[in-house]
Design a protein around this ligand. Structure first.
Ligand SMILES: *[C@@H]1O[C@H](CO)[C@@H](O)[C@H](O)[C@H]1NC(C)=O
Ligand SMILES: *[C@@H]1O[C@H](CO)[C@@H](O)[C@H](O)[C@H]1NC(C)=O
Length: 681
């Protein structure tokens, strides 16, 4: 068990629990008793300098902090108007200092934009009462240069004189700065007064420790997916240990409970009877106890194995060799459970003491499968030869006694120089290998002779930007299921860090072999049970160049069938999470059969366009099945293509779903929109 109040305190979020959390809908025009147009001087730095602000101490802030740079290495800053504070611009990462606004009278609400490093103690925007210099509220950054709007309920201090401090006592050379812009006091704090209101982010919205009902609390966090697995607090990445055992589906995740950031790895644990509705169980694996500061050793990704009436987890034991010089960095270890809840480390660990002789230290993510070619347990591991990703193969008759079969497969280098999270299993008359390389999931299908794999076809596991480390498992009915981390290392964005959590797992997918021999995904049938109301059916519909509204919801499933034979348009576009200010687009170009996901103007998520060429639709009928969940989208095409994105809309009104045709009309055979509920209720 790791949940405890001391861990909540470490998150630096408890102090703001003293303030009231906005729960449920906000009033459109909130009463603003305290503040009558009383804003601090130069609240958005539009003078181009620090006029009206005071450098309290240090050299981190000065006039050079005020910049009009529009973008950084990872995309736009999203400042308001022209200028903002870029905490690195005056004196670099490691400089420290504090900046103070002019005094102003607190109103019922206050909002501002924050970016930069995550460090609740050393990097924050603070609200300070003038009278006694008490720090009332604070908010740290999210390890992103781009700015996210934080909204505070300040009604309990309304009428009192306060000021804002921008505090940087971090000497870190990595994310040792904080960015700031557009301080708003009073009604403008909640929106622009033009019908668009900001999502309320940044107040201690994390749910209490596990075993409390998450359902209603998750509902009050506007960024929190309702039916995608998320951690109650802290960080998750790779799904691991997927299995169905004695009827229950087990979903473990790489987990760090102390902050919404990667850290020494634990395994969180959830169970489900339908692979849709999850219940949190105690943490299954925790890092070895250490007294060495900064020791990042932990329990990395692995898989599950049902053997001898027990559920075994076979995983990478990662040792931080900076903290433990000379140790083996990655070995394979086992933890076993008789009840599927409590896991005990095996006394026979490590069951594989390290990579094969002469191989690089990178050796991770054991995935066990049953091999029908010799009726044995086999295990694949991600490896490298320095230039190309590789897969190592092991064999055993139980969870503990593995012998090295050999190198099962070596890539050609184009899909990454190292591979993580390999999965290998038979599907139809082929064998499927998929793995993480170059920050994306890649599959290869081909043949296997018990020791080596021969690839025939290669493609992407998911054609969108928010998928990595997918894991496969075979359920008790023989279906090939998979769950993927809706994130990755190179491009993901984590605005939810401001609410104390980060990371979400995909819905459960069923894998199948496509007509063309590639790997296809479709949503599992059990997802029907998420419906929270009647399906709105639109029947046959011709849509022209005038946009047609389909629904207003951000938690729904949209199913469309397009009759291409009766369609004259060259393409059509579906808008999701749409308001006047933003939307997420899926465009299908009929001649090139290209489906394009466009998040250029979606919200706080990663910005870009992603293409997938779909198979020629059977009978000229194209189908799309789209899952929307607050800030995230998963779109499945009928041919098995899937695109996932995390877009995080900024405005509460960004809930529109509509469609428009280009250069003609598009004929929908059927459209339906089903409202979806929570997988925690
Ligand atoms: C910023 O520039 C203004 C205008 O030149 C000047 O009055 C002010 O003292 C400067 N502030 C700081 C902190 O250097
Ligand atoms: C499997 O194929 C590889 C490569 O063609 C070959 O070297 C190996 O001997 C084969 N193994 C078996 C068991 O047939």
């Amino acid at each position: 068990m790791v949940a405890s109040s001391s861990r909540l305190i470490k998150l630096g979020l408890v102090m703001s629990a003293a303030s009231r959390v906005f729960a449920g809908p906000l009033p459109e025009q909130p009463a603003d008793r305290g503040n009558q147009g009383n804003e601090p001087l130069n609240p958005g730095f539009e003078t181009g300098n620090l006029q009206g602000w005071q450098v309290v101490h240090g050299d981190a802030f000065g006039n050079r902090s005020v910049t009009d740079s529009a973008s950084y290495w990872g995309g736009p800053f999203y400042q308001d108007q022209k200028y903002f504070i870029w905490g690195i611009a005056q004196a670099g990462e490691s400089a420290v200092g504090e900046l103070k606004s002019s005094p102003f009278r607190a109103g019922s609400a206050l909002s501002f934009l924050v970016g930069g490093g995550y460090d609740p103690d050393k990097l924050y925007v603070g609200l300070v009462r003038d009278r006694d210099n008490q720090l009332l509220l604070k908010q740290t950054g999210i390890n992103d240069e781009a700015l996210v709007r934080i909204t505070w309920d300040t009604s309990k201090w309304a009428g009192q004189m306060v000021h804002i401090v921008i505090h940087d006592s971090s000497t870190s050379e990595s994310w040792g700065h904080i960015n700031f812009d557009d301080l708003r006091v009073g009604p403008r704090a909640l929106g622009n007064g033009d019908g668009l209101t900001f999502q309320v982010i940044g107040q201690a919205k994390q749910p209490p420790p596990r075993n409390s009902p998450a359902c209603s609390l998750y509902a009050t966090d506007p960024l929190r997916p309702q039916y995608h697995y998320t951690p109650y607090q802290g960080w998750i990445n790779d799904p691991a240990g997927l299995a169905q055992w004695k009827g229950r589906h087990h979903l473990f995740s790489q987990f760090y409970p102390d902050a919404p950031m990667w850290g020494p790895m634990y395994w969180s644990h959830a169970v489900s009877t339908d692979a849709v509705h999850w219940r949190e169980l105690p943490v299954a694996l925790s890092p070895a106890k250490t007294s060495i500061p900064g020791d990042e050793s932990g329990r990395f990704t692995g898989s599950a194995m049902v053997h001898g009436g027990e559920l075994h987890l076979v995983f990478t034991d990662y040792v931080d060799t900076k903290a433990h010089p000379g140790a083996v960095q990655e070995s394979v270890a086992v933890a076993s459970s008789k009840d599927g809840v409590k896991f005990e480390l095996s006394s026979r660990n490590p069951v594989v003491p390290g990579p094969p002789a002469g191989a690089p230290v990178f050796f991770r993510d054991p995935k066990v499968f049953h091999d029908p070619t010799d009726n044995s347990w086999k295990m694949v591991l991600g490896a490298t030869n320095g230039a190309s990703g590789q897969v190592q193969l092991y064999r055993s008759s139980d969870p503990f006694s593995w012998s090295h079969v050999g190198l099962m497969y070596t890539g050609d280098g184009s899909t990454g120089s190292v591979w993580e999270c390999p999965n290998f299993f038979p599907l139809g008359d082929k064998w499927v290998l998929f793995y993480g390389g170059n920050g994306v999931g890649v599959y290869e299908t081909g043949s296997y002779n018990g020791s080596m794999f021969t690839s025939e076809k290669r493609g992407l596991v998911d054609a969108g930007p928010a998928s990595y480390a997918m894991q496969w498992y075979r359920d008790e009915s023989g279906r090939n299921l998979a769950i993927s981390w809706m994130g990755n290392w190179p491009t993901s964005k984590w605005p939810t860090r401001a609410n104390g959590w980060a990371g979400q797992q995909s819905i459960t997918r069923e894998l199948f072999l496509r007509e063309d021999g590639g790997l296809g995904s479709r949503p599992i049938a059990e997802l029907d049970s998420l419906a929270s109301g009647p399906t709105k059916k639109l029947g046959r519909l011709q849509v022209g160049e005038q946009a047609h509204s389909l629904a207003n919801t951000n938690t729904a499933r949209v199913r469309l069938a397009v009759d291409l034979g009766a369609t004259s348009a060259s393409s059509f576009t579906l808008f999701h999470f749409q308001s006047r200010a933003e939307s997420t687009l899926l465009t299908y170009d009929i001649a090139s059969r290209t489906l394009t996901l466009d998040t250029t103007n979606s919200g706080y998520g990663q910005v870009g366009k992603w293409d997938a060429v779909l198979a020629k639709p059977v009978d000229n009928k194209l189908t799309l099945d789209i899952f929307l969940d607050r800030g995230i989208l998963e779109a499945f095409a009928g041919d098995g293509t899937v695109m996932s994105a995390t877009v995080w809309p900024r405005y509460r009104e960004s809930t529109g779903i509509s469609v428009v045709a280009h250069e003609g009309t598009v004929a929908f055979g059927a459209i339906s929109v089903t409202p979806l509920g929570s997988s925690w209720c």
